[in-house]
Design a protein around this ligand. Structure first.
Ligand SMILES: Cc1cc2nc3c(=O)[nH]c(=O)nc-3n(C[C@H](O)[C@H](O)[C@H](O)COP(=O)(O)OP(=O)(O)OC[C@H]3O[C@@H](n4cnc5c(N)ncnc54)[C@H](O)[C@@H]3O)c2cc1C
Length: 434
């Protein structure tokens, strides 16, 4: 055991979207910050790896512009290296590309159901704060207005693409809050160096302002006294370091936090909730490349009736640097049934591939780069929207960030950036009082 020579204002553990955002904000506020990450790279489930000369994203690809995520970069003067596709989003239904940029959702739904205006009016109600009760699923809510199978398929695939859940798993309330009140991916882009490029830039910004980042550095224990965390044990460079701070921010999720040795200080009730409340939502990510372009659409394509596939993007249309010359590189997402709970990986992957084969004859000649099932401890969302834990913990100077403690109905890296801001503000207020 090495006693750390330094004491920090704040230690953030886990360098995912939430942890990076919190560490950036605390550093920008002039605090002495240590960020520790178990893996050898930044970004957590929004990172990238190189496979056969292709830069392949591990998780998030679409980064929202004009919100808290971008603000975090601005605070450290770090440019957000994002390229926006145009059009950003299209639908591919019955062999046709439908661009909703012009006519919007009304036009899209109006193609398939006479009830489009009624559904649109419900979105307007949601915008004004009139929301369905919590127990109603998105599918049950939609059934009140239409039984059209294509409309149901579109809603299922939107639930799957944004929340990694099926329409019968996601509360309608969460769906409507997201689409009527939140950013809802209106403007987004891709990083031409893979999503990890953004985190490397932000990491450089944190270090430039005096923040410390340790990679290959898992937290292995927590020490608490009198209702406060006083230190963490962190393995790093062959030794265990005991790092002390006044504020602690966990990005590893409430469940993993509650299983750390020393976490008993959180109390038995809290530990039981941390293990039972979050409902990890799963998805399947298929990265592949082709010599011929499969579809002429530079942004994200959402599908109509499918078995499991929900959306897909050809990243090389905006970021050709991601692939060696002559390759079109795609990422396709599928959501298993159920997405929350147990399923058979093999069956679900086969169903997802069957969709790709059926939709795109050219897929049979594709070079497969990776197929990942994101589930359990490394899921698409650590808790499905609508089933989040609070950010505060029973320990006065410990807060959670990340996608198990999102604001109601929120999703993705923007939601994590929001949790980062909230936790950083709570830590700053506590540091000011100390
Ligand atoms: C396939 C897929 C596609 C997605 N697409 C998008 C998208 O296009 N746009 C979007 O906005 N969102 C997308 N998301 C969601 C987004 O990626 C996640 O919501 C977000 O990245 C989660 O971030 P987080 O803050 O919860 O941290 P995480 O990513 O969970 O990071 C937590 C970090 O903590 C580390 N850690 C764990 N235990 C320890 C320990 N003991 N000590 C130290 N470190 C530890 C982990 O290694 C990890 O790096 C996608 C997700 C997936 C899986």
């Amino acid at each position: 055991m090495n006693a750390s020579t330094d004491r920090y204002d704040a230690v953030v553990f886990g360098a995912g979207a939430g942890g990076m955002s919190a560490a950036a904000r605390l550093t920008a506020a002039g605090k002495k910050v240590l960020l520790v990450e178990r893996l050898n790279r930044l970004g957590g489930r929004a990172s990238s790896e190189v496979i056969d000369g292709h830069i392949v994203n591990v998780g998030a690809i679409a980064i929202e512009l004009g919100g808290l995520f971008e603000e975090t970069f601005d605070l450290l003067g770090v440019p957000l290296d994002i390229r926006e596709p145009n059009p950003a989003t299209v639908f591919y239904i019955d062999g046709k590309v439908i661009n909703v940029a012009k006519g919007g959702w009304g036009m899209l739904l109006g193609t398939f159901t006479k009830q489009a205006a009624k559904i649109g009016a419900k979105f307007a109600d949601a915008r004004a704060g009139d929301l369905p009760e919590d127990k109603l699923s998105t599918q049950q809510w939609l059934k009140q207005y239409t039984s059209n199978e294509t409309v149901h398929a579109i809603f299922r695939n939107l639930c799957a693409a944004i929340f990694a859940a099926n329409a019968d798993e996601l509360p309608a309330r969460a769906f409507l809050v997201y689409f009527a009140q939140k950013g809802a991916f209106k403007r987004f882009g891709f990083c031409p160096r893979g999503t990890v490029g953004l985190w490397n830039d932000l990491g450089d910004g944190i270090r430039a302002k005096g923040g410390e980042i340790w990679l290959n550095a898992p937290v292995v224990a927590m020490h608490a006294q009198n209702g406060r965390v006083i230190a963490l044990d962190v393995e790093h460079e062959g030794a265990v370091h005991r790092v002390h701070a006044d504020a602690f921010i966990s990005n590893i999720g409430p469940t993993a936090t509650a299983t750390l040795p020393g976490a008993e200080a959180l109390g038995a009730d809290y530990i039981a909730r941390a293990k039972s409340v979050p409902r990890p939502a799963a998805n399947i990510v298929i990265n592949f490349a082709t010599r011929e372009r499969l579809l002429d659409a530079p942004g994200l394509v959402t599908f109509g009736k499918t078995r499991r596939l929900c959306n897909m993007g050809e990243l090389t249309a905006t970021c050709p640097e991601l692939a060696p010359a002559g390759w079109y590189q795609y990422v396709a997402y599928a959501v298993p049934r159920p997405a929350i709970g147990d399923f058979d990986d093999k069956v679900e992957i086969e169903e997802s591939l069957a969709d790709l084969r059926e939709l795109f004859p050219g897929f049979k000649d594709a070079k497969m780069l990776s197929i990942r099932v994101m589930r359990d401890e490394w899921p698409a969302q650590r808790s499905c929207a609508g089933f989040d834990m609070p950010q505060d913990t029973p320990l006065a100077n410990l807060w959670h960030v990340g996608d198990a403690v999102k604001d109601y109905g929120d999703g993705g890296t923007q939601a994590c950036a929001y949790t980062g801001r909230e936790a950083a503000n709570k830590a700053l207020a506590a540091l000011a009082r100390a």
